[in-house]
Write a protein that binds this ligand. Structure first.
Ligand SMILES: Nc1nc2c(c(=O)[nH]1)N[C@H]1C(S)=C(S)[C@@H](COP(=O)(O)OP(=O)(O)OC[C@H]3O[C@@H](n4cnc5c(=O)[nH]c(N)nc54)[C@H](O)[C@@H]3O)O[C@H]1N2
Ligand SMILES: Nc1nc2c(c(=O)[nH]1)N[C@H]1C(S)=C(S)[C@@H](COP(=O)(O)OP(=O)(O)OC[C@H]3O[C@@H](n4cnc5c(=O)[nH]c(N)nc54)[C@H](O)[C@@H]3O)O[C@H]1N2
Ligand SMILES: [Mo]
Length: 562
């Protein structure tokens, strides 16, 4: 997030898109509702009637994958109606003229045709967001503009044009000067407790810790020196989906899976299975025996988050200490001790002398200390400074108090760059054979592949088994009944589950969460079209067909006995 969670409550206009905030980020959704109750406007752009629309002033129900036309038309309207923040554009940004020219063709009328949202709603959304208008009550900010904040999540990023979508929202915020101030900004709501920390510390294929590009020779040399090695690899690695393709081709021979369950979470499960079975060596390090662990040559038992210490970095870049509150069972060890143990063993085999030969590092405190020496955004932190509230990065010096708001006064690259974006449609479009769009995601009561939440009795009571949401018209077309079996087919595979007939999904779109091992959504999703930059698969759109399993069964014929 460019801004902080607590600022949401003071926002004048909240613009949410591609985020089912109430179910996937319930705590943050309380802040949203609090702001609305105080008079803030809430605009939601989403294909589904998600719970938070109850609180929204405007709900723009787009067809999946067509929101890009709506965003471009919102910006078209803002420029057309003179609502752009010209002072901000002149002082803080570059590339505006070129960007502006690309917007000309994206009229609200065209967006309406593509997305199904009315022209009036698009124009109203543009006015409210640009001016940071409130429904009622005074703004706590007394500047010329009210403060508008954008929240987004996977609905816009898990797309073959995900990077374009994020740049589009950044363009929108810059166009209206809604960035670098409290209660504004472009705020991705991150998924796991520590996915932010994992990225910060370099668990990505193209960067070293602190987002230092692997291709940057100077930075690479500095890190290598600190780590006491001659050189570090300078090539970008393979992302998950690319690695699976490479495994099928025999170019990747061994995989070490740590805290992931790709047999359920990666697109096109049949292909993933083929990839994993083709490996010479598969290691799975997990807290439970997952679907992926079933295929492993070696399973390493890890301790769970409540059983270990270290730090978690949350979605607002806040680095916080975690403490073990229960003991790990059996032989389970914290992940850092398992990988550290393997590294130490490797060193010993290679004849390297070490004082602490067990885990390379004696404690998480020392790992963190070492991390701060190669990670400029963490450089001013140490465990003692994180007690209590923690610190938000960048925190470059020992006496720096952290950064709740990014891009204040200046962007990290200096001037904010407008990146012209053209609309692109999802890679797989519905057709005669597969006439519906499948959208996948989450429900409140379960977490991802269910390794953890589907072991819980109370959660099973709330949400015991899989189902697919189908619009009444689409259900009627294939004679599928509510709460009865339905088969979903895509070009990759088939899944049988229970139908939930509801108008929460628009006609032409069905929704299936990927929590259910008895109805795994990723049997259906596609892995051929990735975002060209982020390489994320298009989990939010693929083409499917529904089938009524009862229709297949022939009526038993009465055989007359002579
Ligand atoms: N209960 C629960 N909470 C979770 C998780 C969980 O598994 N369960 N997982 C966590 C993780 S890792 C993550 S990444 C987050 C994900 O959090 P979200 O991204 O909020 O979760 P999703 O269910 O993937 O929903 C994405 C939203 O995008 C919408 N959407 C689909 N297609 C489109 C489109 O074309 N355009 C737009 N604008 N919107 C679209 C969907 O209707 C949905 O409302 O949740 C985190 N929180
Ligand atoms: N169709 C579809 N697929 C999707 C998505 C979607 O919206 N639709 N969303 C995608 C997104 S955003 C995400 S984040 C991924 C999630 O995909 P995964 O990360 O593969 O899913 P999880 O079920 O969270 O798997 C985490 C694994 O880590 C284990 N684990 C938990 N704690 C620890 C620990 O401390 N140490 C170790 N070693 N293991 C631990 C759990 O038991 C589990 O097996 O799914 C992606 N896949
Ligand atoms: Mo995620």
């Amino acid at each position: 997030m460019t801004n902080s969670i607590a600022e949401i409550r003071d926002t004048d206009c909240i613009f949410i898109t591609g985020s089912n905030t109430a179910e996937a980020h319930p705590v943050i959704s309380y802040e949203v509702i609090r702001a609305v109750n105080e008079g803030a406007h809430l605009i939601i752009v989403d294909p589904r009637k998600i719970p938070l629309i109850e609180h929204a002033t405007l709900f723009l129900q787009v067809k999946p994958g067509t929101d890009i036309y709506v965003f471009l038309a919102i910006m078209h309207t803002i420029i057309r109606d003179g609502l752009a923040d010209e002072a901000f554009i002149t002082e803080r940004t570059e590339g505006f003229e070129e960007f502006k020219a690309t917007l000309e063709e994206y009229t609200p009328e065209r967006a309406s045709l593509m997305s199904g949202v009315s022209v009036e709603q698009i124009e109203e959304a543009a006015r409210i967001y640009a001016q940071g208008k409130r429904k009622s009550g005074p703004s706590i900010y007394d500047s010329r503009h009210g403060h508008s904040s954008i929240l987004y999540a996977m609905g816009i990023t898990q797309r073959s044009n995900g990077t374009d979508m994020v740049m589009t929202l950044a363009n929108l915020a810059m166009l209206c000067g809604q960035v670098g101030k409290p209660s504004t900004g472009v705020n991705p709501l991150r998924g796991q407790s520590n996915v932010q920390g994992a990225c910060d510390t370099g668990c990505l294929v193209n960067v070293y810790p602190g987002y230092q590009k692997v291709g940057d020779e100077t930075k690479r040399k500095t890190i290598a020196k600190t780590w006491g090695v001659d050189e570090l690899p300078g090539e970008v690695g393979l992302t998950i989906v690319e690695a699976m393709h490479a495994a099928v081709d025999g170019d990747v021979r061994a995989v070490y899976v740590m805290g992931e369950n790709p047999m359920m979470s990666d697109p096109n499960t049949s292909h993933v299975e083929k990839a994993l079975r083709n490996l010479d060596f598969l290691v799975v390090q997990d807290i439970f025996p997952s679907e992926t662990a079933l295929l492993a040559h070696l399973i390493l038992p890890a301790a769970a988050s409540l059983e270990k210490d270290g730090t978690f970095t949350n979605t607002e870049r806040r680095v916080q200490l975690i403490q073990p509150i229960i003991e790990a069972p059996g032989d389970a060890l914290p992940d850092w001790q398992i990988t550290g143990g393997i590294a130490a063993r490797y060193d010993r085999e290679m004849g390297v002398e070490r004082d602490k030969e067990h885990w390379i590092f004696p404690s998480t405190q020392e790992i963190f200390q070492e991390l701060t020496t190669v990670t400029p955004i963490y450089a001013g932190m140490k465990h003692e400074r994180l007690v209590g509230e923690g610190l938000q990065w960048p925190c470059p010096e020992p006496d720096h108090s952290g950064t709740p708001i990014l891009h204040k006064g200046k962007f990290s690259r200096g001037l904010g760059k407008f990146n012209p974006v053209l609309a692109n449609d999802p890679a797989e479009q519905p057709d005669e054979e597969y006439p519906l769009i499948l959208s996948t995601g989450r429900v409140l009561y379960h977490y991802h592949t269910g390794t953890m939440t589907r072991r819980s009795g109370p959660l099973a009571w709330a949400e015991p088994r899989g189902y697919v949401e189908i619009h009444p018209e689409d259900a009627a077309a294939v004679d599928v009944l509510d709460d009865r079996a339905v088969v979903i087919n895509s070009r990759r595979g088939s899944v049988k589950t229970r139908a939930k007939i509801t108008e929460n999904v628009p006609q032409g779109t069905i929704f299936l969460a990927f929590h259910w091992r008895e109805a795994p959504a990723n049997m259906l999703t596609q892995d051929f079209a990735l975002d060209p930059v982020a390489k994320i698969p298009e989990y939010k759109v693929c083409a499917v067909r529904l089938e009524n399993p009862r229709a297949k069964r022939k009526k038993p014929e009465l055989v007359k006995q002579a």
